[in-house]
Write a protein that binds this ligand. Structure first.
Ligand SMILES: Cc1cc2nc3c(=O)[nH]c(=O)nc-3n(C[C@H](O)[C@H](O)[C@H](O)COP(=O)(O)O)c2cc1C
Length: 190
């Protein structure tokens, strides 16, 4: 009797843990796992829109996620951030980060930013400047408030001239659709 109960218990454990593994694997679309490539998603987000795109990319690829964080946090007051960001852009300021990250072990790096004054947000300027992207593949993405990507990708390329950039993925505020992100990743053909 005990043997029967033990067998049932073992079968139960195998089926439940097995199902757990199946579920985790199923949530990451195999089509988007870049075989033989180490992939990182690095992003900065002030109000959450770019973070949400980064998380969607992660749900598709299972890649590592790195949040770019300025050492001195920006004010919660939107207008103050808008004013400060303009000064930072005009003076090409690269605010210090909590952690510069380390891209050396990755082949493909998704880099996400909100559009700030027609270009990347200042912390992303620092991230690009403080890492070596030579020979890496960069998949840039940005979110904006109605003005589109503007000079964002052009300016990012200037800070990583020896990286290979794919087309960027651009979305308005928090409107990014998982299907569109899928198509973008597919079209990069990596
Ligand atoms: C400092 C600052 C500057 C901005 N400049 C622009 C801009 O030039 N063009 C634009 O379309 N949106 C601009 N926006 C709007 C943001 O790009 C947009 O809300 C974005 O989705 C925010 O992303 P986040 O939630 O990840 O921070 C700006 C927002 C801020 C805070």
């Amino acid at each position: 009797m005990n043997k029967i109960l033990t067998s049932i218990l073992v079968l139960f454990i195998i089926s439940t843990t097995g199902f757990g593994i199946y579920k985790a694997a199923a949530s990451i679309d195999k089509e988007f796992i870049m075989k033989d490539k180490k992939v990182l998603i690095a992003y900065y987000s002030y109000s959450g829109n770019t973070k949400s795109v980064a998380k969607k990319i992660q749900s598709l690829t299972g890649a590592d996620l790195f949040e770019i964080k300025p050492l001195k946090e920006y004010s919660k007051n939107y207008n103050e951030v808008v004013s400060l960001a303009q000064i930072e852009k005009q003076n090409n300021i690269k605010p210090e980060l909590v952690n510069n990250g380390d891209v050396s072990n990755y082949d493909v790096i998704f880099i996400g930013t909100p559009v700030w004054w027609y270009t990347m947000a200042s912390p992303v300027r620092t991230f690009l400047s403080n890492n070596n992207f030579d020979g890496k593949i960069i998949m840039p993405f940005c979110t904006h408030g109605g003005g589109g990507a503007s000079s964002t990708y052009i300016d990012m390329k200037k800070l990583a001239p020896k990286a290979k950039f794919t087309d960027g993925y651009t979305s308005y505020e928090n409107s990014a659709k998982i299907e569109d992100i899928k198509n973008w990743i597919k079209s990069a053909n990596i």
